[in-house]
Design a protein around this ligand. Structure first.
Ligand code: NAI
Length: 326
């Protein structure tokens, strides 16, 4: 029995993400939780002819029932950006939502894998980890910040200027975090193509701020939902392939707690950072091994330094929120 819970399932991301997860043959029970409309979304999806059971759970009183027995909890609950907002502007609202959901996970499904989509991911992942630490149920191998959309965008944007680069086949490592300057795509990894310095600069800028293109185009109606659902389903499916089916060698970039994760500490020991996005190999217990950072160009090294400075503030904000009970 593999139960996957989506918290925020009635939202712009939650609905298409749940639709994609309904197609997974590795999921036997899809539990959809939201403070509104989850029952309708569940009834709708339950008519799709795949074997998984779908249940809807609306409101705080049904959260325990939604989470009990969960193998994996995916969290896209919270408010999205409007034009002119940064992801950090969402902190005030989303920090409390994510903290409360993490507390419920600690109580009702302490061994579940937790996949955090709610922004600002750079701070919401530390919030989840601090809550789990407080409850004495923290396992760094089991909490993931979902940064897959940055990876997906990287392949797409490279393909758009170099059509011979197959976006579906070629994966680009993205390290750092998940907001603006903290997103560092490692374009120097692409050995089969050559790029001018201008191309690298423009691509990096577009990948870092790709989310803004969608926020602007939606003009007040939110941020990326469909591409995010695709990216969230891809990460969830990779984790299920590795943890349920036992497939080896599956690697995804994701934002994780460094201490306690195999391979992670040596990577960035000198920086004093507690969290960082990088390639990890997934396995039965979540993170099997954090991959060694690839060789970086001098420009990528500079971008990492900028990212580290910003990440430290984002991480401290998340940790402080749980410590001070704000
Ligand atoms: P949305 O507003 O369409 O949906 C959010 C859903 O969360 C709503 O259905 C709402 O009722 C629900 N919700 C609010 N409080 C809740 C609670 N306490 N418990 C359960 N559900 C709750 O927003 P959208 O577009 O789906 O975005 C969700 C989040 O994902 C935002 O924080 C957004 O910034 C983030 N996001 C993350 C990305 C990433 O790459 N990690 C990319 C795009 C968006």
């Amino acid at each position: 029995m593999v139960k996957v819970v989506v918290c925020g399932a009635a939202g712009g991301i939650g609905q298409p993400l749940s639709l994609l997860l309904k197609q997974s043959e590795l999921i036997s029970h899809l539990a959809l939780y939201d403070i509104v409309n989850a029952a309708g979304v569940a009834a709708d999806l339950s008519h799709i002819n795949t074997a998984s059971k779908v249940t809807g759970h609306v409101g705080k009183d049904s959260l325990a029932e939604a989470l009990q027995g969960a193998h994996t909890v995916v969290i896209p609950a919270g408010v999205p950006r409007k034009p002119g907002m940064t992801r950090d502007d969402l902190f005030k609202v989303n920090a409390g939502i994510v903290r409360d959901l993490a507390e419920a996970c600690a109580q009702y499904c302490p061994r579940a894998f937790i996949l955090v989509i709610s922004n600002p991911v750079n701070s919401t992942v530390p919030i989840v980890c601090e809550v789990l630490k407080k409850a004495n149920v923290f396992d760094p191998k089991r909490v993931f910040g979902v940064t897959t959309l940055d990876v997906v965008r990287s392949s797409t944007f490279v393909h758009q200027i170099k059509p011979q680069f197959e976006p579906h086949v070629n994966r680009i490592t993205v390290i750092g975090g998940h907001s603006g300057a903290t997103i560092v795509p490692i374009l120097s990894q692409i050995k089969q193509l050559s790029f001018s310095a201008e191309e690298i600069k423009a691509l990096t800028q577009r990948i870092q701020f790709g989310g803004d293109e969608v926020v602007k185009a939606k003009d007040g109606a939110g941020s990326a939902t469909l591409s995010m659902a695709y990216a969230g389903a891809r990460f969830t499916n990779s984790l299920l392939e590795a943890s349920v089916r036992g497939t080896r060698g599956l690697i995804e970039s994701t934002y994780v707690h460094l201490a306690g994760n195999p391979g992670a500490e040596s990577n960035l020991r000198s920086t004093g950072l507690e969290y960082f996005a990088q390639d990890v190999e997934l396995g039965p217990e979540g993170v099997t091994n954090v991959q060694t950072l690839p060789n970086l160009s001098s420009e990528e090294q500079r971008l990492v330094q900028v990212a580290i400075g910003e990440l430290k503030g984002n991480i401290a904000k998340g940790i402080g929120f749980v410590a001070n009970g704000a």
